[in-house]
Design a protein around this ligand. Structure first.
Ligand code: ADP
Ligand code: MG
Length: 698
């Protein structure tokens, strides 16, 4: 018997049962070992509450005091009175329907055998009366005589629960898995993970992990087992894709960068703050890419407000230092405009020529910009997707930065891809939706993550309240010299209708706040109008900005401390989080107030999540749980993202570890031909045989 033996030869299975296993795609002993529990039940004695232990679950070991059979009209009742280890007496009850068979056979025959007086028995059941403090009446789900050798698999431990098919029970299944774990060759099986990584990440060995994922001795051991198995899954797939990527990445840049610091140093000196450690790390990663002979294709993700803009600016300045042009694209005109103004401010006095271009740039101005771009007089072009139109010709564009990349439409995205194939490309997002993760993992993207916010940020108080309370807060803050946003949702996804609605609300709000300075902002206004409204707000010439979600991304006004979101139930989680990110950008305590109109249950849940959660990554995760993976993932990815042990959200840290290790592994041994990688390579080959069109290891 080895792990590759067919399942039917495992003790107690045979050909008929093997058919049932086939339904679960289990054919060999190895398949069985890799069929991990769906969940666990904490059946340890006196276990403290945890995720595997529901309140009504009763687990104890008791000594049988007496039993009793009660005849009744339609049901038969068997009772056993047990004394647990604390000396408590507990009454256990079983019910059986009266059937014809029941007249001829004793339906409680086996029970009576197991419940001889003085026998010790484990009971798994439910409290009959939850209000009874001692809970000493129990309906029994399962019982296991303490004297049985195999009882240790089912009771007195964290017990695995499997997702099964009709005809198989968890009890049997546990015993088969236990049997499979005894396979002699298992312990002797050589390690597939490269030994260096195994010790670097302090992982359990494969047999240890398999034992512990099925029969963990503690929650900690279960976590270690899951970590090892998840890591292995991630590493295998990441490596497969890494190999694929090196095979396709045949382009070499015909230009190179040198870190001269002629712009970078003065830029840093006049910036007014120090980079966070996270920013430093990410800037290094980007510079390394830029200086490498291959084009960069990197995704920078970081929560709202984590400071992605200055990171992007560093990259662009490196390009400019080397005499190249750089472009930054933003999904909205307002954001492009703001980036332009920010850059102008931060780069004051430095020899960097900036320009901004959008679809509403006037013809004459556009003509001038296009000419200067072609002549190489403009160093950094900021704009909307207008930047990638065919009439825009650069002199020597080398670096493209795409801000809030998820906000670009599919068409624009493919056009971007086309246009930027031979450039260094940096994409940025604050919404690590699964697709983004998937891209990071499988696609030809590298990922950098900003994992901390700049120092001194105050958490944003988030709550759900009525308009009245929200307006009180606005009034209070404005009186203190702060500013506020009041945002209305898009109506029927139409900017035009929304513009009208928000204008009406604006008129009403002017009456609510007669002594404050209000302005309105929506997508139907001209570029110049939008610009002046934003500039006035930034300069604190207005107090309250009434807007559609045009301000959702990127807007950065430090003095704004209140965000009121009207009809909050109409916004998705990601949008709510983005909107909230517009406040709390300076040293003042900030507030986000959600004002729901008619909240259905999902809407309410969304509002609750935003109130309770600050972490953009967690919100992305919840978004997927609420909307379902199908809606967020393309169908193509969803199949590929099925891991048995790993969870791309929960195990994000492990995922990034695996990607990091993959990179190191492949940089040392690109074709995995070193002897210490032989088994890993073999496993990889085995696993991706089916996907051979994707990976060529030959
Ligand atoms: P996002 O990642 O959401 O695009 P931004 O780049 O707009 O965030 O940065 C948010 C604000 O934080 C900006 O006002 C920026 O100037 C500021 N900021 C960025 N990095 C730092 C830092 N290291 N220390 C202090 N403030 C910073
Ligand atoms: Mg930003």
């Amino acid at each position: 018997m080895t792990t590759s033996t067919q399942i039917q030869y495992l003790k107690g299975i045979g050909p008929a049962k093997a058919k049932l296993f086939e339904r679960l795609e289990i054919q060999t002993v190895e398949d069985l070992l890799h069929y991990y529990p769906r969940t666990y039940q904490d059946r340890r004695l006196n276990s403290t509450p945890n995720e595997y232990n529901s309140e009504s679950l009763v687990v104890f070991k008791g000594r049988v005091l007496r039993t009793q059979q009660i005849p009744a009209r339609s049901v038969l009742i068997f009772k056993a009175f047990l004394e647990d280890e604390k000396g408590q007496q507990i009454e256990c009850t079983w019910f059986k329907k009266r059937t014809f068979r029941a007249f001829r056979f004793d339906p409680f025959g086996t029970l009576k055998k197991d419940f001889h007086i003085n026998n010790e028995v484990w009971i798994i059941g439910k409290r009959e009366d939850k209000n009874n403090f001692f809970g000493n009446k129990v309906t029994v789900d399962e019982h296991y005589p303490a004297a049985d050798v195999l009882t240790k698999l089912h009771a007195g431990r964290l017990t695995p629960i499997y997702g099964l098919t009709e005809g198989l029970t968890n009890k049997q299944f546990r015993q088969f898995v236990y049997e499979a774990l005894q396979t002699p060759s298992l312990a002797a099986e050589p390690e597939t993970l490269p030994p260096v990584l195994l010790s670097k990440r302090q992982l359990l060995s494969a047999p240890q992990a398999l034992k512990a994922i099925h029969f963990p001795n503690s929650l900690a051991e279960l976590e270690s087992a899951r970590a090892r198995l998840a890591y292995e899954e991630f590493l295998l797939l990441a490596t497969a894709w890494g190999i694929k990527r090196t095979q396709t990445k045949i382009l070499a840049k015909d230009y190179s960068y040198e870190i001269k610091k002629t712009l970078l140093t003065p830029f840093r000196e006049q910036l007014g703050f120090n980079f966070t450690n996270s920013q430093k790390k990410v800037i290094n990663e980007i510079f390394k890419d830029l200086c490498s002979p291959r084009p960069m294709n990197r995704l920078l993700q970081g929560d709202v407000g984590s400071g992605k803009t200055v990171v992007a600016l560093c990259a662009m300045l490196l390009a400019v230092e080397n005499g190249y042009q750089a472009a930054l694209m933003a999904p909205t005109e307002i954001l492009a405009e703001q980036h332009f103004l920010t850059f102008k401010r931060i780069l004051k006095g430095l020899k960097v020529n900036l320009a901004v271009l959008s679809s509403s740039t006037k013809a004459a101005a556009k003509k001038k910009i296009l000419k200067e771009l072609a002549d190489g007089k403009i160093d950094i072009l900021v704009g909307t997707h207008a930047v990638i139109q065919d009439d825009v010709k650069f002199h020597n564009l080398r670096l493209a930065v795409i801000d809030e990349q998820h906000r670009f439409g599919v068409k624009q995205r493919s056009k971007l891809k086309e246009k930027t194939a031979k450039l260094d490309l940096l994409t940025m997002t604050a919404t690590p939706i699964p697709r983004t993760l998937a891209l990071a993992f499988y696609g030809d993207l590298d990922v950098s993550t900003l994992s901390e916010l700049p120092p001194g940020r105050q958490p944003i108080q988030t709550e759900s309240a009525t308009s009245k309370l929200a307006y009180d807060r606005v009034r209070e803050e404005v009186k203190k010299g702060r500013q506020a946003y009041i945002v209305f949702p898009l109506i029927e996804e139409s900017e035009k209708i929304s513009a009208k609605a928000v204008t009406e609300e604006f008129e009403k709000l002017k009456k609510v706040f007669p002594d404050f300075r209000l302005a309105v902002l929506h997508g139907q206004m001209s570029q110049a109008e939008k610009e002046s409204v934003m500039a006035d707000f930034a300069a604190h010439k207005t107090d309250i900005l009434v807007a559609t979600p045009v301000i959702e991304v990127g807007i950065d006004v430090k003095n704004a401390t209140v965000m009121v979101i009207e009809n909050a139930e109409r916004f998705g989680l990601a949008s709510l989080h983005q909107l909230r990110g517009r406040v709390g950008r300076g040293e003042h305590e900030s507030f986000c107030i959600l004002v729901p109109q008619h909240a259905g249950s999902i809407a309410k849940e969304r509002v609750d999540i935003i109130c309770a959660t600050r972490d953009g990554f967690k919100i992305g995760e919840r978004d997927m749980h609420l909307r379902g993976p199908g809606e967020i993932l393309g169908t193509r990815q969803s199949g590929e993202l099925e891991f048995k042990a790993g969870d791309i959200f929960k195990d994000r840290d492990i995922l990034y570890q695996a990607i990091e290790d993959r990179d190191e592994l492949l940089s040392q041994d690109p074709t995995l031909t070193k002897p210490e990688h032989f088994l890993f390579r073999q496993k990889l080959t085995e696993l991706y045989q089916k996907n051979w069109h994707l990976i060529d290891l030959s």
